[in-house]
Design a protein around this ligand. Structure first.
Ligand SMILES: *Cc1c(COP(=O)(O)O)cnc(C)c1O
Length: 358
């Protein structure tokens, strides 16, 4: 902020190469999701990136008219699909199935399979590898949302041959609130897709100021407008940790810590019912418990320094990341949770009135 924005002002677009920051940071995230350099770019919010990926996939997916997703997907992804279907007005339809029924719901009417790898509520992990292969067998394109995967577990977008992947940077990548999203397009498609949101920075020659749009090469065309340089810089700094940490080690430790957390909570808090998969290999890096007064209980925990969140109607969600949480923290947190449950510290009027963000 001081050296670049403070001293160079707008000349930093060239002198500090701000103009290419979305691709530079994209390449670093690419390493975490198994994507080669030049296939990931940053910008906008995840909802916008879902729109771009889905619109591009639908346009290259022939005559089929079904978008298949599951009831565990994050609502924003489904809302974006609904909105896109309305504005395209070509008879597309969004079909939802249960998370367990995806493989059986793939057929030759489905154009695009759009899923989030880790369920935001329960942490249940889909097999990106198997579902992508099964979708491709039936001629279906895939759009994977990696919001709760990137930085939490190893992801291999190239090896699993996914078509489009998107994700945000403010969950396990620690960009901070409002950090920009990322989008990956498989290199075999990147020069073929037409960007639905064709902004000037995705143009082949933005500073030619031509009056007609020509898409830039490859992933560049998924850029839209001016990137958030301060947010990208914060994200770039947060990514330095990955020069020291290996995602496979982080994953192994995450499973250890989440197993420990589940065991301790279950033995000390009988009212909390586990809704995450018990098998660590089947979970992301979060653990969720069901409790009728989950909202009030989470408020009481936050007051005592255990910061999780609440997902309606009754889920208490705990994000557990080994980059800054260790076994001692888990023990301390569980003793606070036990105390809150045993002495019903949650049972206070002020904990029942809902804040705007839960
Ligand atoms: C967090 C999350 C989002 C949020 O999208 P924004 O546009 O960044 O607010 C979208 N999809 C999934 C699956 C998420 O987990």
């Amino acid at each position: 902020m001081q050296e670049e924005w403070g001293d160079m002002l707008i000349t930093a677009w060239n002198r500090a190469d701000w103009i290419n920051l979305p691709g530079r940071v994209g390449d670093r995230i690419g390493k975490l999701i198994g994507a080669p350099a030049g296939t990931v770019v940053m910008g906008d919010t995840l909802s916008v990136k879902v729109y771009q990926a889905l619109a591009a996939a639908l346009e290259i997916s022939s005559e089929r008219r079904i978008i298949l997703s599951d009831s565990g997907n994050f609502p924003s992804d489904l809302y974006i699909a609904e909105g896109l279907i309305k504005s395209l007005d070509k008879g597309y339809e969004l079909k939802l199935c249960e998370p367990e029924a995806i493989a059986d719901s793939l057929n030759d009417e489905v154009a695009v399979l759009m899923l989030t790898e880790v369920d935001y509520k329960t942490g249940r992990l889909h097999s990106m590898q198997n579902l992508t292969a099964q979708a491709h067998d039936k001629g279906i394109l895939t759009v994977w949302d990696l919001a709760h995967s990137a930085g939490a577990l190893p992801v291999q977008v190239t090896d699993t041959d996914v078509d489009f992947a998107v994700g945000c940077s403010y969950k396990y990548l620690n960009a901070g609130p409002g950090g920009p999203a990322f989008i990956y397009v498989a290199p075999r498609l990147a020069d073929q897709v037409r960007p639905a949101l064709s902004g000037w920075l995705g143009h082949e020659a933005p500073f030619a100021f031509d009056l007609d749009y020509r898409p830039g090469p490859g992933i560049e065309r998924m850029r839209i407008g001016t990137p958030p340089i301060l947010q990208l810089t914060a994200l770039e700094a947060s990514l330095d940790i990955w020069d020291l940490a290996d995602i496979n080690d982080v994953r192994a430790r995450s499973i250890e810590l989440t197993d420990l957390f589940i065991g301790l909570v279950e033995s000390s808090c009988p009212e909390l019912k586990l809704v995450s998969p018990r098998d660590g290999e089947q979970r992301g890096s979060q653990v969720s418990f069901q409790f009728r007064h989950g909202y009030a209980a989470m408020r009481a925990l936050i007051d005592r320094g255990v910061i999780g969140d609440f997902r309606a109607p009754d889920i208490m969600r705990f994000g557990i990341t080994p980059l800054y949480i260790n076994a001692e923290d888990i023990h301390r947190a569980v003793s606070i949770i036990e105390d809150v449950m045993l002495y019903r510290h949650w049972d206070k009027k002020e904990y029942f009135s809902r804040s705007a963000v839960t």
